[in-house]
Design a protein around this ligand. Structure first.
Ligand SMILES: Cc1cc2nc3c(=O)[nH]c(=O)nc-3n(C[C@H](O)[C@H](O)[C@H](O)COP(=O)(O)OP(=O)(O)OC[C@H]3O[C@@H](n4cnc5c(N)ncnc54)[C@H](O)[C@@H]3O)c2cc1C
Ligand SMILES: *[C@@H]1O[C@H](CO)[C@@H](O)[C@H](O)[C@H]1NC(C)=O
Length: 629
């Protein structure tokens, strides 16, 4: 036990840098988890961190996130193919296992801790008008930091991708790949044609719910929406969320796709390995390998067949640009030799939501940090895999609704709701305020007075933003962070749509079913919106611009498209235009962000991308001949 406590305190220190007093729950809980549970219930051991490398591999995969872990798994199914998977971060730890602690990973060492450039249209309630953009820097990538919601997006998203000139990406094609990974534990869902059991990724509901989420789903029916599986036949509707969890713990892609294959002899996984560039021959324009830094040492390793970038929507474009693939004048301005002029880093999209809508209740039905008894909580979690610690990063309910701007004759809603049995005030300022980067004045004026009071929230988010941002290099130093312009609300229709979404959320919260809890909207002006009538359209717009929340769905920066698409970076087989032996497989290839949370779509993209690689190298004679030469 002493040993375990030591281990735990070192994990906390290494994850958080310092031990914060607000995290009172964690040490106790971790001690118990480590002692009772961790190894007993997690039979698949951790991947091995490779220290000695071959000079050459068939494939090098850069980044082990939602996409890279899947790609590495599927490629190493072909026994003769030797694969090197490079990950900038370390392995997962015990905190990342606990679903309800998702927000505690942000601003830790497992987070890249990006920030958007200051804006005068959005993120106005955040310090320096900059929104925090967490991204996983860990084996499993952002699937280790995420809120685990399992959402596939809308069938028309994929039919739209296909109609843009990307054959093979329509809904009927991609459904196969969503199902390929899936092990859905809900017996009511897993027998229909949209779901499957037996895949590597476990999908289930959290085993614990507040009464508020049942009310939320019922409120949906009061305003005319059915309770339905939003990943099934139709999307518009309300549902208790399903998540990527297994036995009450997070099921990251590292856990699902890497742990089971840790002993495959043709896979080397190297952690703490930061890729600084793809090596591309400027004459033949072929990618021949990568350079990376591990433990202060620079390695250069060759790839016989291909380099695959799965570094995510911020880092894949950064690595491409550092390697000479990107907008010509931009690269030249940083003194980078241009190998291929492509619009890398453009077309950045994210889902932006309106945070801070808060509903107070009179009954103790919400999650309030200080009301929980840590010992009983921990034992519930550790011994029974139940209790509030299993909530999906706090989000319990999901819904998809139409605003007046949406075409109601097709099932393609333009607003999603995240319903949580807690709000910004619920941890009394311990963590949520920090991860959002809220200005002290905003927190102190509005949320501090109701700290620790039972409350809940609906966050409306914009599913198909029209605004586009960008990622650009700050310098050619690979360790310097790129500049990120989220460009939220650049297109005026975006904020108008979000305001309409907020109005529907207010109707939901006003439904009869919530009266049993004495639920009512919290009426307190944001300090910079005081001149506006509370909850008027103008006020809601001001609120969206003040508490603009990323839903962490960054995508689009290496857009997939046909050869004639001026914005395309990769072709429909995910090959970088003009460079051979180089693909991008991650969230950055989405031409338009999917209408929903992006983890499942990225896993689908990786499943399909790995199949495209297999098809090319195993059946296309052009590839096989290239291999011999
Ligand atoms: C806080 C948070 C909450 C979220 N909640 C949800 C949710 O509930 N449901 C949902 O569906 N989606 C959610 N998402 C979004 C979803 O997790 C992401 O869309 C998805 O994980 C992106 O996958 P990816 O493979 O493109 O990138 P990532 O998973 O980010 O993987 C990229 C990997 O590459 C590594 N890397 C980057 N640069 C380099 C380099 N130079 N060298 C070596 N390695 C490198 C990174 O460290 C990382 O491991 C959330 C995301 C976050 C951050
Ligand atoms: C709405 O969608 C239908 C079906 O796709 C389409 O025929 C119609 O033109 C659309 N209407 C508008 C206003 O876009």
């Amino acid at each position: 036990m002493v040993l375990n406590l030591l281990l735990v305190s070192s994990i906390i220190k290494s994850t958080f840098g310092v031990v914060t007093t607000g995290l009172w729950l964690i040490p106790l809980m971790l001690a118990t988890i480590t002692y009772f549970r961790y190894d007993r219930l997690d039979p698949e051991s951790r991947p091995i961190d490779q220290q000695i490398f071959l000079k050459e591999y068939d494939f090098i995969v850069v980044g082990s996130g939602s996409a890279g872990a899947v790609v590495a798994n599927r490629l190493t199914e072909i026994q003769p193919w030797k694969v090197l998977l490079l990950e900038a971060g370390p392995d997962e730890n015990e905190i990342s296992d606990v679903p309800a602690l998702a927000a505690y990973l942000q601003l830790s060492k497992l987070d890249w801790q990006y920030k958007t450039e200051p804006s005068d249209r959005a993120c106005l309630g955040m310090k320096n008008n900059r929104c925090n953009w967490p991204r996983g820097k860990v084996l499993g990538g952002s699937s280790v930091l995420n809120y685990m919601l399992y959402v596939r997006g809308n069938r028309y998203d994929y039919d739209h991708w296909e109609s843009l000139g990307n054959p093979g990406w329509g809904f009927k094609d991609v459904l196969h790949y969503f199902k390929k990974s899936e092990d859905n534990r809900n017996p009511y869902l897993n027998k229909n044609k949209y779901h499957q059991t037996g895949g590597l990724l476990t999908v289930q509901e959290s085993p614990w719910h507040t009464p508020l989420v049942a009310a939320f789903v019922e409120a949906g029916t009061e305003i005319g929406y059915d309770n339905r599986d939003i990943n099934g036949e139709q999307q518009a509707g309300f549902m208790i969320a399903q998540g990527t969890i297994r036995r009450g713990s997070r099921c990251s892609t590292a856990k699902a796709f890497l742990r089971p294959i840790r002993l495959r002899p043709n896979l080397h996984i190297s952690m703490n390995s930061h890729v600084t560039k793809v090596v591309i021959n400027p004459v033949t324009k072929r990618a021949t390998g990568v350079e990376f830094v591990k433990n202060g040492k620079l390695f250069r390793i060759n790839a016989r067949k291909e380099v695959i970038l799965s570094a995510g929507a911020i880092n894949s474009p950064q690595v491409l640009m550092l390697s000479g693939v990107g907008p010509k004048s931009h690269l030249e301005s940083h003194g980078i030799k241009v190998i291929k002029d492509l619009p890398v880093g453009e077309n950045l999209q994210d889902h932006v939501g309106m945070g801070g809508l808060t509903f107070l209740v009179d009954k103790p039905v919400a999650i309030v940090q200080d009301h929980f008894n840590p010992t009983s909580l921990t034992y519930q979690y550790v011994l029974n895999e139940r209790g509030p610690m299993t909530t999906l990063g706090g989000v319990e309910g999901l819904a998809f609704v139409h605003t007046k701007y949406s075409n109601k004759s097709i099932d393609w809603p333009d607003i999603q709701f995240h319903m949580a049995p807690a709000s910004i005030n619920s941890d009394n300022g311990a963590q949520v305020k920090k991860v959002l980067g809220l200005k002290e004045r905003v927190y102190n004026d509005v949320y501090k007075p109701i700290g620790n009071k039972d409350s809940w929230t609906i966050m409306p988010l914009l599913l198909r933003p029209r605004s586009r941002g960008w990622v650009r290099l700050k310098s050619k130093n690979p360790f310097q962070y790129p500049l990120i312009n989220a460009n939220y609300f650049d297109d005026p229709l975006d904020i108008k749509t979000l305001v309409e979404g907020a109005k529907i959320a207010l109707r939901v919260a006003d439904a009869r079913v919530f009266k049993q809890f004495g639920s009512r909207v919290y009426r307190k002006h944001l300090p910079n919106c005081k001149h506006l009538k509370l909850l008027s359209d103008e006020y809601l717009e001001c609120q969206a611009r003040t508490i603009s929340m990323t839903i962490y769905h960054q995508s689009g920066t290496c857009k997939m498209g046909p050869a004639w698409d001026q914005e395309a970076v990769v072709d429909p087989r995910l090959r970088v235009y003009g460079i051979s032996g180089l693909r991008v497989i991650d969230a950055s290839i989405m031409p338009t962000v999917s209408s929903g949370n992006t983890n499942a779509p990225v896993i689908m993209i990786a499943e399909k991308g790995a199949d495209l690689i297999k098809e090319d190298w195993l059946t296309n004679p052009e590839y096989r001949n290239a291999d011999k030469s």
